[in-house]
Design a protein around this ligand. Structure first.
Ligand code: ATP
Length: 471
């Protein structure tokens, strides 16, 4: 059975992230026209109508509507939906040659290029604003401007990347969006046609995309992740006349750094991450025993703020001596309390520490590789995914335990209540989401022996990868 989706949550979030101007439309084809009357708040047209008029009644008037063959003004729309045969005057090109093309031959080609739903499969269609969860839709229609649409495309491509193709038959753009989506099971974008602008009130800047209902959660997941990475609508401009080095995402500016870290030898960098108390240290230590040295970002982060280090001097200059303990070391709790609610101060703190952490990281990697150019180097970073650092590593390992187990282990290890542990977890990206970024997952739910077996297998795999890279 298909799982029930929380459409209200999905749609309200998407409306917010895309700043949509009209409601996303739930679109469902019905095999029996009698089923229309089973849908709550259903309105039927009291006069002859076109498909694009009906769409705008949903997305702009906020209505739930249903339509069947007899409601249509002429056979063009229903023949696209497969409610009726394509009329002879359409098939032979006459219809399209009245306005849109020069000859009947062009009109014939035009008509033949229009994708259609199978004849007789459906008798009716229902549409409603999806946020009201009116029914489980087949597809969802989203109207948006090109910048918003680009964000939606990026979001859909975030997982299972695929190049997106657009089609445009000209007039009858409903076939490009709706029918192609049905026939291919893929998102279908197009430019609303003249008719849809005149009768369906599509705005000058509107594009339309039909998205299979089953892909909407994926689209939202992608959009949420891109939002965290700074890809948002409206797009914030970076000055055309300025040096943009600092405005580009890390993956552009960071490419130079990538070379410094990856070197030109056969080192293999394994990013190790997971949730708090999921067993990163435990698994990394097992892998170390087999031969993979560890670089630990937590250790580096503490090292760069030791007394005498330039980062500590800069911190004290900015925050004052209040952040030092009596012995001259940094009072980490005090600093984290200060930056907890003050984003500017957090940024400032990071500007003192991050470059030093990075320098130390590069130094340690290169020291290890200088001794062993084939080293498999583990880099343990608790927030690797949150900080979007995956691109630095050849491979990423997530040490996984279920969230329930995570709460238990954290409570036990840090002598806190289960409730406190659960609250700490809420502030982090859920571990289940992290596994989606992993090349390898070690399941640390069971005994240490079972974890060890997985680590040994991973070690063999990593050595094999090394061998192949060395070629
Ligand atoms: P953090 O990120 O919070 O520092 P971590 O991910 O490095 O934690 P560990 O310190 O390796 O996690 O493990 C967390 C706790 O769970 C430790 O007390 C450890 O001894 C325990 N632990 C790890 N693996 C297992 C296991 N398979 N069975 C039982 N206990 C385990």
């Amino acid at each position: 059975m298909e799982k029930e989706r929380d459409w209200e949550k999905i749609i309200r979030r998407m409306e917010l992230l895309m700043r949509l101007k009209s409601f996303p439309v739930a679109f469902k084809m019905l095999e029996k026209k009698e089923d229309l009357s089973k849908i709550p708040f259903m309105r039927r047209p009291g006069h002859k109508i076109t498909l694009c008029q009906m769409i705008t009644l949903v997305r702009n008037f906020d209505w739930t509507v249903g339509i069947e063959l007899d409601d249509f003004m002429n056979p063009t729309c229903p023949s696209i939906l497969g409610f009726t045969e394509v009329p002879e005057a359409n098939r032979d090109g006459t219809f399209r040659s009245i306005v849109w093309v020069k000859t009947k031959e062009e009109g014939r080609k035009y008509e033949a290029s229009i994708p259609r739903l199978p004849l007789g499969k459906y008798e009716a269609l229902a549409m409603a604003p999806l946020a009201y969860k009116p029914f489980e839709p087949d597809i969802v229609l989203i109207y948006a401007n090109p910048a918003q649409m680009m964000l939606l495309i990026n979001s859909l491509q975030f997982e299972d990347y695929e190049v997106m193709q657009f089609f445009c038959v000209g007039e009858s753009s409903c076939s490009d969006a709706i029918v192609r989506c049905y026939l291919t099971g893929k998102p279908s974008l197009t430019i609303p046609c003249y008719g849809e602008r005149r009768y369906g009130h599509a705005q000058d800047e509107d594009l339309v995309m039909a998205v299979p209902a089953g892909m909407m959660e994926k689209a939202l997941r992608g959009m949420e992740t891109l939002y965290r990475r700074g890809i948002r609508y409206p797009i914030s401009y970076a000055g055309a006349e300025q040096d943009l080095t600092s405005a580009f995402p890390m993956s552009y500016g960071g490419l130079n750094q990538l070379e410094a870290v990856r070197g030109k030898d056969n080192r293999l960098l394994l990013g190790v991450t997971g949730g708090i108390a999921s067993g990163k240290t435990t698994a990394a230590n097992m892998l170390k025993e087999l031969g993979a040295p560890i670089i630990d970002f937590d250790v580096i982060a503490r090292k760069v703020v030791e007394p005498g280090q330039p980062a500590l001097d800069a911190i004290v200059e900015y925050f004052g001596k209040q952040v030092l303990q009596e012995d001259g070391t940094l009072d980490r709790k005090k600093v984290s309390d200060i930056v907890f609610r003050d984003f500017e101060k957090r940024k400032k703190l990071e500007s003192f520490t991050h470059p030093r952490i990075n320098e130390e990281f590069v130094k340690q990697v290169n020291e290890i590789a200088a001794k062993d150019p084939d080293a498999i180097i583990q880099v343990v970073i608790p927030l690797l995914i949150e900080l979007n650092l995956q691109y630095i590593f050849h491979k990423v390992l997530v040490v996984y335990i279920s969230q329930e187990e995570q709460v238990k282990r954290l409570a036990e290890r840090d002598s806190i209540t289960m409730e406190e542990a659960a609250n700490i977890l809420k502030a982090q990206l859920p571990i289940d989401e992290k596994t989606g970024y992993a090349d390898f997952v070690i399941h640390n739910d069971k005994t240490l022996d079972e974890t060890k077996k997985q680590v040994e297998d991973l070690w063999q795999t990593l050595k094999q990868i090394q061998k192949e890279r060395a070629g």
